[in-house]
Design a protein around this ligand. Structure first.
Ligand SMILES: [Zn+2]
Ligand SMILES: [Zn+2]
Length: 361
């Protein structure tokens, strides 16, 4: 039997940023931030909001009180999102090993975890991450992982591995102490080619992502597609007051010598986030060339492509504007890979069959 990679355990996970302060939200026809009583913060602003906001309401994503909102925490979290992801994937091997009853070394000998992920800005201008993750055998997609490592073991491990990430930043006299972690609103669910309870088919995941996904950074107004080299540009940028404050926070924090390695000034336009919007581990990288060509055509002569063939950077994220949401690109990068591979496998199998080379057993 040729190996059908679509039957390898796969999950769809969404990792979010934690809360940095209450924001107005479109709450599916329910009230925004209902609260008993009529409390006020120390700045005299209401601690709750009884309004029902529609998706298009410009208030959605704006903090209830900008003075209470942890702007430094938000920017620092963005600036460390890469390290948070790294810590999560390190934990993931450990947690999956524990769950399947083996050592981490033994686990690495029997399986490989590959993924494609897309980073997106939520309405509150915080990045969250959608990822398709797949388990293969140790040699890659040609080999199934051991049976104990199934999709629900992977989903459970994703949840516990993300929850276990704590990154404590050194104490800073101006900023205090910051402990960075993933948000508690974390989703991880099995993906299956054939559907079933608590699972998603490849078709369904497209709809699922579309519902989840907002849009690209510039579309949601969460940032600009070019660098800011003058603080006056922050004042005039066509963004919400919330995003403007995040940009200004990057600019101000960049003057602290301890934070220099974070390059916050250079990344003020992406609110401190300097990661890639679309990232794939090597196994998931075969459709990259197609993505790159399409984007290059879209961008024309101004296209600048990252040297790393596995990544597409923020400023190059024009792909979203061509009718592909980042979620659709995730599908293109992850699921389409599986499907293409599956067709290849099927073709190989039929070639082999017509060539009469199938063993008679
Ligand atoms: Zn509200
Ligand atoms: Zn306040």
């Amino acid at each position: 039997m040729p190996e059908d990679v679509r039957h390898h355990p796969r999950i769809f996970a969404t990792l979010t940023a934690p809360g940095f302060g209450p924001v107005h939200r479109a709450n599916n026809g329910k009230r925004c931030n209902p609260r008993r009583g009529s409390g006020q913060c120390e700045h005299g602003r209401a601690l709750g909001c009884g309004l029902e906001h529609g998706d298009a309401d410009p208030l959605v994503g704006q903090p209830l009180c900008p003075d209470c909102y942890d702007y430094a925490g938000h920017v620092l979290w963005h600036a460390h999102a890469g390290r948070l992801w790294k810590a999560f994937t390190d934990n993931l091997h450990h947690h999956l090993a524990t769950r399947t009853g083996q050592t981490r070394t033994a686990l690495r000998r029997t399986l490989r975890i590959s993924y494609a992920k897309v980073a997106e800005y939520q309405r509150r201008a915080a990045v969250h991450v959608h990822a398709v993750m797949r388990l293969d055998g140790a040699s890659g997609p040609d080999e199934p992982p051991p049976p104990s490592a199934d999709a629900s073991a992977l989903a459970d491990s994703v949840r516990s591995a993300a929850a276990a990430v704590h990154l404590t930043l050194p104490y800073h006299p101006a900023l205090g102490e910051h402990e960075l972690r993933w948000g508690v609103r974390l989703d991880a669910r099995p993906l299956r080619a054939d559907g079933g309870p608590e699972t998603l088919t490849d078709d369904a995941v497209a709809a699922y992502v579309a519902k989840y996904v907002t849009k690209g950074a510039t579309d949601t107004g969460a940032g600009l597609d070019h660098r800011i080299d003058n603080p006056a540009h922050i004042t005039t940028a066509p963004v919400t007051p919330h995003v403007r404050t995040l940009m200004a926070t990057c600019w101000h924090l960049s003057s602290l010598p301890e934070l220099e390695p974070l390059h916050l000034r250079a990344w003020a336009h992406t609110l401190g986030y300097r990661g890639h919007i679309l990232t794939k581990s090597r196994v998931y990288s075969t459709t990259y060339t197609a993505l790159r060509e399409e984007r290059a055509q879209h961008r024309g002569a101004h296209s600048t492509i990252a040297d790393d063939p596995g990544t597409v950077t923020e400023s190059q994220w024009r792909y979203a504007g061509s009718g592909h949401t980042p979620g659709a690109a995730l599908i293109a990068a992850g699921i389409a890979d599986d499907l293409a591979r599956n067709r290849e496998v099927a073709r190989d199998a039929s070639n082999t069959a017509t060539g009469g080379a199938v063993g008679t057993g």
